[in-house]
Design a protein around this ligand. Structure first.
Ligand code: PHE
Length: 380
């Protein structure tokens, strides 16, 4: 139902594209690049961070003279963290603005909404940080510059049995999020094959405020740890309530935990818990160091998070592809993005595989002394 409606909207915009084709493909003085992000609403830190990284990349490229003799023009749409808005955003960017490519989104559910529209219109889409495996399965115009959750779920399962030595793990899944459901599934499959037992499995809806019912049930099942594949705001509340119930077992999750707000909301209830993510800003590579310095300079001393790094990389991978294609024509650009190999990104080396996913290492972070502390790297 939802999909057929989207395709209908997208098909309507295809008609618009024909008449707009002259202003598409960078025919004017600038090359138009579209971006959609959650700049406001429940996951505002995700969109704000990825947008800042993306913007910094575009500004740097323009300061160095632009690409193919033209300046890049970044057109950003705020999807307000709301279902339905990503479709509106990309339809507008494609049919009204005539962008040559689209950067976004961080959250998988919102990328999944936009991807079929980009695919249908043959406008390359590069997600900075959506990890749900199905995102890039939407078609050959959809890419990501991060790993997917088959890899992340497997790394988390090894972490549970290896590092935590957990024999039984409870899982709390956000059923409103494709990311959460997908990561729970890949974790479970891998954890079971390594002999782990999945104990209590319960759901919540992102945005809920009271998790005591689920946590009480988990407590009475006495697992060794809780796997919580959620986003930072829900995660922080869950950790606070677990602490209030006197639970001291480790709680761990994936990249959705990463936000300074996790610590601001959760405070000492976050202490000792773990999550996996895309990179650490302490990675001693020249690309990361230079990115962190430029970002701090541009955004009043603020430290970047993983989404900022990946937003930056998504734009730089696009620029690299435009240069290699020596064109912004959709087919040539798609081809060039697909053949990205060993691109020196701020997050690490980026090579895209046949599924249009980046093959990259993952890092584990532990919250120690109220800070995100690097704990380990897992290579693909
Ligand atoms: N991977 C998450 C998703 O697919 C988004 C995310 C990426 C969140 C990076 C935080 C950091 O929904």
């Amino acid at each position: 139902m939802k999909l057929s409606k989207l395709i209908f909207v997208a098909a309507a915009s295809v008609g618009g594209l024909f008449s707009l084709s002259s202003c598409k493909s960078g025919g004017g003085n600038s090359i138009k690049v579209g971006e959609f992000a959650s700049l406001t609403g429940k996951e505002a830190t995700f969109g704000t961070s990825s947008h800042e990284g993306t913007l910094l990349a575009i500004e740097q490229v323009n300061a160095a003279g632009g690409v193919l003799g033209k300046k890049l023009e970044l057109l950003t749409e705020d999807d307000q963290t709301k279902a339905g808005e990503p479709a509106n955003a990309v339809n507008k960017l494609i049919s009204k603005d005539g962008v040559i490519a689209i950067l976004g989104e961080v959250a998988s559910s919102r990328s999944l909404e936009a991807a079929p529209i980009c695919q249908l219109n043959k406008v390359p889409m590069i997600s900075p940080a959506s990890t749900n495996p199905t995102v890039t399965r939407e078609g050959d115009y959809v890419f990501r510059v991060c790993f997917n959750d088959n890899f992340q779920g497997g790394a988390l399962a090894n972490f549970a049995s290896g590092t935590l030595k957990a024999k039984k793990v409870a899982i709390l899944t956000d059923v409103k999020s494709d990311y959460s459901k997908g990561l729970a599934k890949s974790f479970k499959e891998k954890y079971a094959t390594s002999g782990g037992v999945v104990g209590t499995e319960l759901d919540f809806n992102g945005g809920d405020k009271d998790f005591k019912g689920q946590l009480t049930a988990i407590k009475s099942d006495a697992p060794d740890a809780i796997f919580l594949p959620g986003y930072y705001n829900d995660v922080a509340l869950i950790c606070i309530q677990a602490k209030q119930l006197g639970m001291s077992i480790p709680i761990f999750g994936g990249d959705g935990w990463e936000s300074e707000s996790l610590l601001e909301i959760g405070k000492d209830a976050m202490e000792g818990h773990y999550f996996s993510t895309h990179c650490s800003i302490e990675q001693p590579t020249p690309e990361m160091t230079s990115f962190v310095n430029s970002y701090k300079k541009r955004f009043s001393g603020k430290s970047p998070d993983a989404m900022a790094v990946l937003g930056y990389d998504s734009a730089m991978v696009l620029v690299d592809a435009i240069k290699r294609a020596n064109s912004t024509e959709s087919g040539a650009l798609r081809e060039a993005i697909a053949t990205t190999k060993d691109f020196a990104g701020a997050s690490g080396k980026i090579s895209l595989n046949a599924d249009r996913d980046a093959v990259k290492a993952l890092v584990f972070i532990q919250i120690k002394g109220g800070k995100f502390t690097y704990s380990a790297t897992v290579n693909p």
